[in-house]
Design a protein around this ligand. Structure first.
Ligand code: PEP
Ligand code: MN
Length: 472
């Protein structure tokens, strides 16, 4: 089977949920048309034959996610765009192959569910949950090489490309890793699906998501109180005789997957045509986003994303002009379909006031209704005195506050947040009201493979704060 072939599981007749219009594509688009455009952030693969072999093998694998699920997410995001929901997109900056274990997936899922619960509980809005999970293995880099002690080697570009160890052998891009990324995504998804089906994601389990080391902290105790309220509300509904089908619905939680569509041969190899919908889907994840460094209007990444029907995220940094953004939206969402685009602003604290409103107006005046989400992480990264790449929780909160305030002024819906967080007790971001992390603490448990993530207590604290913003 070739990339344009169709996996048998995609031949099912159109389901009832499949009412999203398919993405119009210029006649010149195909899963490989990106190859005629300049592609940034691609490693120099030393073995072209191996890359071809791996791509062929990948194109014969089953899809990781199915068009029905992708269409469901598009619908859920259309609701968010209409102000009837909130998007929580969260997870690792860079997943490691070694973290695709039951324990690794369970702890990330629990963390995302905890923050989602606080947002739902605090705001009364349904929360659409999208993980940076089961495929977030590729990293764009500011510099293609890294110099340590006078030795220059290729930069670490994520487990999908090379290994972080600082040796020439480890840093050599290895196309076989594309295949390993597929199988690790598959393994992570398998655990995710088992956990969400098996009742772990049931709202009645809200207490179980809180890990022992967090439970003892002030943030954890505050979370326990919220979980108590929810347990009571569920009991109340059941005592009132709320119909069991509705209850089952309340207990079911869907976590969608997402990653940056960075390694183009990998994404191309997982694009499949769904005849029943007459549309192409990138079956590597439910949602894909294009990063700040690869979102050029005439670049290969935007070309690839323009032809697939998945919901697409676009990172929007401080140098974006209204004209650039309008042109990008036109290219990726020519039909102006709600649910297609999520614009993820990552401006840095203190910038939203000036930059965000003109961008929002430009997009709205052009007739698009994207979900606007705030990534308060990537505009607030700096190197601390002790030499660690870090972020201050205070800056993260400030950028979110500015995001909410601009939306309130403009009368638009602040649609979501995009976070880098972990279910582990790490020391990567500074601050925290309740258990403050100082520069001197960063070295204690600095475990990230790329950018600094919020730890569990910081994530819970942020969950409470965002819920308050949503309620105001
Ligand atoms: C990221 O999300 O990890 C990332 C690199 O973001 P950006 O493209 O916004 O810099
Ligand atoms: Mn990151």
């Amino acid at each position: 089977m070739t990339v344009s072939g169709m996996h048998p599981s995609l031949t099912a007749p159109l389901s009832a949920a499949a009412d999203t219009a398919s993405q119009p594509r210029p006649a010149s688009w195909s899963p490989s048309s990106w190859r005629s455009y300049p592609a940034k952030q691609q490693p120099e693969w030393p073995d072209a034959q191996l890359l071809r072999r791996v791509s062929d093998t990948l194109s014969m694998q089953p899809p990781l996610v199915l068009p029905d699920e992708i269409a469901d997410l598009r619908q859920a995001l259309a609701q968010v765009a209409a102000g009837e929901g909130f998007l929580l997109q969260a997870g690792d900056c860079a997943e490691r192959f070694s973290s695709c274990t039951e324990e690794g997936v369970r702890s990330k899922l629990s963390m995302i569910l905890q923050v989602a619960l606080l947002l739902t509980y605090g705001s009364g809005l349904p929360v659409v949950k999208v993980g940076r999970i089961a495929g977030q293995f590729g990293k764009p880099r500011s510099r293609p090489t890294e110099v340590v002690g006078g030795v220059e080697l290729p930069a670490f570009r994520g487990d999908i490309v090379n290994d972080p160890e600082f040796t020439a052998e480890a840093r050599r891009p290895d196309a076989d890793r594309l295949l390993r990324a597929y199988y690790h995504s598959l393994a992570a998804l398998n655990v995710l699906r088992a956990l969400t089906r098996g009742g772990c994601a049931d709202l009645g389990q809200a207490h179980a998501w809180n890990q022992e080391f967090v439970r003892r902290s002030p943030a954890g105790r505050r979370y326990e109180n919220a979980a108590d309220d929810i347990t009571w509300a569920l009991r109340f509904m059941s005592a009132c005789g709320v119909d069991t089908r509705l209850q089952a619905e309340l207990h079911r939680i869907q976590l969608y997957t997402s990653h940056e569509a960075l390694l183009l041969p990998y994404e191309q190899a997982l694009i499949r045509y769904d005849e029943s919908r007459g549309a192409w889907f990138d079956t590597s994840a439910h949602m894909l986003w294009v990063g700040e460094r690869t979102r050029q209007l005439d670049g290969a990444h935007v070309e690839l994303l323009s032809g697939i029907d998945n919901p697409i995220g676009v990172k929007v940094g401080p140098s974006t002009t209204p004209d650039q953004l309008r042109a990008l939206c036109e290219r990726l969402d020519p039909e102006r379909t709600a649910g297609r685009l999520t614009l993820i602003s990552r401006l840095g604290a203190g910038r939203a006031d000036k930059v965000l409103a003109p961008l929002m107006r430009a997009v709205r005046n052009a007739g698009h209704t994207p979900v606007w989400a705030c990534d308060p992480m990537h505009g607030n990264t700096f190197i601390s005195k002790s030499g660690y790449k870090t972020r201050r929780l205070a800056d993260i909160v400030t950028e979110i506050a500015e995001f909410f305030s601009v939306h309130n002024e403009e009368g638009t819906h602040p649609g979501g947040i995009h976070l880098e967080l972990t279910g582990d007790d790490v020391t990567e971001c500074l601050g925290g009201d309740l258990e403050e992390i100082l520069d001197d603490h960063l070295g204690t448990r600095y475990e990230t493979a790329c950018d600094p993530r919020l730890n569990t207590a910081q994530s819970i604290e942020l969950g409470f704060l965002v819920a308050e913003f949503l309620r105001e």
